[in-house]
Design a protein around this ligand. Structure first.
Ligand code: BTN
Length: 243
């Protein structure tokens, strides 16, 4: 898909801007909104996404999607795979924490916030991604959960724009395949990069409560099966595995 790129020095949140302006985007193209910094970067579960200037990638990939598709919920997982493949090109060994966190050495290096906004007959998909590129250790330590950057893991600085270029090429390619063949084409790629294996004891947050259980598997549709402490086998479509 052809990409139209719009860059801001400062913005509240690339996802917010995309949501407000999606009705003006070209339905046949992907619109990529990026910024050097965000004053109100948002994460999942209403968290803040720490977004200092010139250190990281803050990007929202926006495109029109067929409303009838049942697998829209897999798109953030596709972006997580694209991010992992991009980092592998740079010689990192990323892992995926269900559903779509990207980890380096057990710490989060990239997060994805996927949102939709309907306009007339169109459903706009907004896949927001933050990748910590050159964020220094002192700042990462201020984040309330384990966080990494490419810099903290490799002890060298990276060119933010070059990493973004690789990511947008990878995602564009992966998105075409996903739109054609769906999540099954990515299942294996997702599974081999998972941070958790069958039987791992985990704590899980399902929007309502924190539960304890054992990781079972990622199902063909990308959902997560857990064996809960009371021996109930339960499948989740959303939530997060806690650190
Ligand atoms: C998460 O909680 O893991 C998701 C983090 C998503 C952050 C990105 S940065 C670009 C885009 N704009 C936002 O406000 N959030 C997303």
């Amino acid at each position: 898909m052809e990409i139209i790129h719009k860059h801001f020095n400062t913005i509240d949140s690339t996802n917010n801007w995309a949501k407000k302006n999606a009705h003006e985007f070209d339905v046949k193209k992907m619109t990529l909104i990026t910024a050097d910094m965000q004053s109100a970067g948002r994460g999942r579960f209403n968290r803040t996404w720490v977004s200092p200037p010139h250190q990281n990638i803050y990007a929202s990939f926006c495109f029109a999607i067929d409303k009838q598709r049942k697998d829209i919920g897999n798109l953030p997982q596709i972006m997580a795979i694209s991010t992992a493949l991009t980092l592998e090109k740079l010689e990192f060994k990323p892992k995926l924490k269900w559903p779509n966190d990207v980890l380096l050495d057990g710490k989060k290096v990239a997060g994805i916030l996927s949102e939709t906004t309907p306009f007339e007959d169109i459903l706009w998909m907004i896949i927001g991604i933050g990748v910590n590129v050159n964020m220094p250790k002192e700042l990462l330590q201020q984040i309330d959960r384990p966080a990494a950057s490419l810099f903290s893991e490799s002890h060298k600085e990276w060119d933010v724009d070059s990493v973004l270029t690789l990511l947008q090429e990878q995602f564009n390619k992966d998105l075409s395949l996903f739109l054609k063949d769906g999540f099954p084409s990515f299942l294996e790629s997702y599974k081999v990069r998972m941070a958790h294996q069958k039987g791992d004891k985990i704590r899980f947050h399902d929007n309502m409560a924190i539960r304890e259980g054992f990781f079972q598997e990622i199902n063909d549709d990308g959902t997560l099966s857990l064996l809960l402490a009371d021996s109930e086998l339960k499948t989740f479509v959303s939530g997060e595995i806690l650190f």
